[in-house]
Design a protein around this ligand. Structure first.
Ligand code: HEM
Length: 183
């Protein structure tokens, strides 16, 4: 199996790689920033739907427990920050830290990824309150895709790190994760 250029991208560079890939334009950033107030207007319902679903499923409810008030605030801030208009290193680092929090509590990645549909629904609601919903949706979807990628990166980083420690080097760990039998 060949080496891939992406394998050499590490730490801070991973985040730059993703932001570059998404190609958010200055116009898209400004558009999202202009909608912060409207985003704030949907957060109560977004957070209600989000935790109603997590709490009605035993496998997810056990992670939430009595932390629900704190988590409601975290999710509200997280959603509003999607409309920050500035998506540099600091933004991406803070999103990576959120991903790592979920790794640390032993939450399978399928749950945060599956919950993105609630976020999409309310992002669309914000977009539909604007003159140009299609443009807003396009920009919002990029931001959400960036978040999904970062969530996933946090999980992959943890798996790779532990496997590399076990087998002695990262290259071998990457090959094992691709299930290559020929090493
Ligand atoms: C769209 C998906 C999700 C988003 C955006 C999200 C967002 C957040 C944020 C912003 C925090 C605070 C993190 C920090 O301060 O480092 C957090 C913590 C937490 N999240 Fe999520 N979350 C998501 C999915 C889930 C799911 C599906 C569960 C459980 C089934 C969950 C359970 C928790 C718990 C238990 C914490 C607190 C961890 C701790 O500090 O001990 N999250 N989440």
């Amino acid at each position: 199996m060949d080496e891939h250029k992406s394998w050499a991208v590490k730490n801070e560079a991973v985040l730059e790689d993703l932001v570059t890939l998404m190609g958010l334009t200055a116009e898209e950033k400004a558009l999202l920033a202009s909608l912060k107030g409207k985003a704030e207007g949907v957060t109560t319902r977004l957070v209600d739907s989000f935790y109603e679903r997590l709490l009605s499923h035993a496998n997810t409810a056990e992670y939430v427990g009595d932390k629900v008030d704190r988590l409601r605030k975290s999710l509200t801030d997280w959603f509003i920050e999607l409309f920050a208009g500035n998506y540099g290193q600091e933004y991406v680092q803070s999103r990576l830290k959120i991903g790592k929090t979920h790794v640390r509590i032993g939450l399978p990645v399928r749950y945060p990824l599956a919950m993105m549909d609630v976020v999409i629904k309310y992002g669309e609601e914000v977009a539909n309150q604007c003159d140009n919903p299609a443009k807003v949706k396009e920009a919002f979807n990029k931001l959400l895709a960036l978040d999904i990628a970062i969530f996933n990166q946090a999980y992959e980083d943890a798996q790779l790190k532990h496997l590399a420690e076990m087998v002695g080097n990262e290259r071998l760990a990457r090959r094992l994760l691709t299930q290559e039998s020929q090493i």
